[in-house]
Design a protein around this ligand. Structure first.
Ligand SMILES: C[S@@+](CC[C@H](N)C(=O)[O-])C[C@H]1O[C@@H](n2cnc3c(N)ncnc32)[C@H](O)[C@@H]1O
Length: 282
C-alpha cells in the first residue's frame, strides 16, 4: 500500500487533495496563460542542462517538471514532488503525452519527505514553497537534497499591495468590511525570504522582483467565477450574508471591468524570483 506522510501540513494536504486541487486543475490553462511571462524567467534562472538531476517542489500538474525533463534530456532526470494526488495524476498524463521517460512524480510533503541527500543539481519551485507550516524546516530539507554548489530557484507571489491577483479582491473586501489584520506571509517579504534561506545554510541568495501584466480571463463573469472558486474567497463568501457578498462582488466586477481589453481582462502581477545555492563546501 502506498502511504504519504502529511503530518506536517495536513490542512494543505486536505486543501490540494480536495477543492483546491479541483479548482487548480479546472483552471490549469488559465494559470499557464497568467504566468506565461514568469515561468520562462524561472526556467532560465534554474538553467538546468543535459544530464542534470532536478527536483520540482510543489510541482502541481507538472508543467515545469516536464519542461525540466526536456532540458536535462535522456541522460538526466526530473522528479516532481507534490501533496496532491489529483494534480499528480494530471502531471503523469501530461508527461505520458509528451513521451518523456526521464520524469517521475511522487506524492509527498516536501517539508518532511526523506529526500536523498546531495542528489540534485537543481531544485526549482513555481509557486510551491509558500504553503509550509514550518518554512525553515522545509527549506532545510530541500537544501539538503542539493549537491554542494547546486542551485535552488523559485517563484513566489509578492504581497497584495503590488500584485493585483490578490490585491483587487482584497481591496474590494476591505471596502465593505472591517479588514482582519494581515497574516504573516513570510514569502511575500524579500527580507524574510533571504533570512529563511540564510538560516537554512544557503549562499548566493538573490530576491529579484518580476512584474508585468497578464491576462486573467475573458470577461468579468469569467474572472469573477474564477476568483470566487479560490480557496480564500470561497471560504469568505460562504460566511457572508448575500447582501454583503453582493456588494463586494459588485465592486470587484467594476474593478475588473475597468481592466477589460479587446482580448480579455489584464491585471498587474508581481512575484519574487529567488535564487540561492547550497554552499559548495557542503
Ligand atoms: C500554487 S500551486 C503551484 C503548482 C505548480 N507548481 C504550478 O506552478 O502550476 C502549489 C502547489 O504546491 C503544492 N504543495 C503545497 N504544500 C506542499 C508541500 N508541503 N509539499 C509538497 N507540495 C506542496 C500543492 O499541492 C500545489 O500543487
Amino acid at each position: 500500500m502506498r502511504t504519504m506522510n502529511t503530518a506536517a501540513n495536513i490542512e494543505q494536504a486536505l486543501r490540494w487533495n480536495g477543492e483546491g486541487g479541483e479548482h487548480w486543475i479546472a483552471h490549469r490553462e488559465r494559470h499557464e496563460e497568467l504566468r506565461r511571462d514568469l515561468i520562462p524567467r524561472l526556467l532560465a534562472a534554474a538553467a538546468a542542462g543535459p544530464g542534470d538531476q532536478v527536483l520540482d517542489v510543489g510541482c502541481g500538474c507538472g508543467e515545469t517538471t516536464i519542461a525540466l525533463a526536456r532540458a536535462v534530456g535522456p541522460g538526466g532526470g526530473a522528479l516532481g514532488l507534490d501533496l496532491s494526488a489529483p494534480m499528480l495524476a494530471v502531471a503523469r498524463g501530461l508527461a505520458a503525452e509528451a513521451g518523456l521517460a526521464n520524469v517521475q512524480f511522487v506524492q509527498a510533503d516536501a517539508q518532511i519527505h526523506p529526500l536523498p541527500p546531495a542528489r540534485y543539481d537543481v531544485v526549482l519551485s513555481s509557486f510551491g514553497v509558500m504553503f509550509f507550516n514550518d518554512p525553515a524546516a522545509a527549506l532545510g530539507n530541500i537544501l539538503g537534497a542539493l549537491r554542494p554548489g547546486g542551485r535552488l530557484t523559485f517563484l513566489c507571489w509578492q504581497g497584495a499591495g503590488s500584485n493585483e491577483l490578490f490585491g483587487l479582491p482584497q481591496a474590494a473586501v476591505e471596502q465593505h468590511t472591517v479588514a482582519e489584520p494581515a497574516g504573516d506571509e513570510p514569502f511575500t517579504d524579500p527580507g524574510q525570504i533571504a533570512a529563511l534561506l540564510t538560516g537554512a545554510g544557503a549562499t548566493g541568495i538573490t530576491v529579484e522582483p518580476v512584474a508585468g501584466t497578464a491576462r486573467l480571463g475573458a470577461d468579468v463573469a469569467d474572472v469573477l467565477g474564477y476568483v470566487r472558486g479560490m480557496g480564500r474567497y470561497r471560504r469568505l463568501f460562504a460566511e457572508l450574508d448575500d447582501d454583503l457578498a453582493g456588494r463586494i462582488l459588485g465592486t470587484l466586477a467594476e474593478r475588473y471591468a475597468a481592466r477589460q481589453r479587446g482580448d480579455g481582462i489584464w491585471i498587474d502581477l508581481a512575484a519574487w524570483l529567488v535564487r540561492a545555492a547550497r554552499d559548495p563546501r557542503g
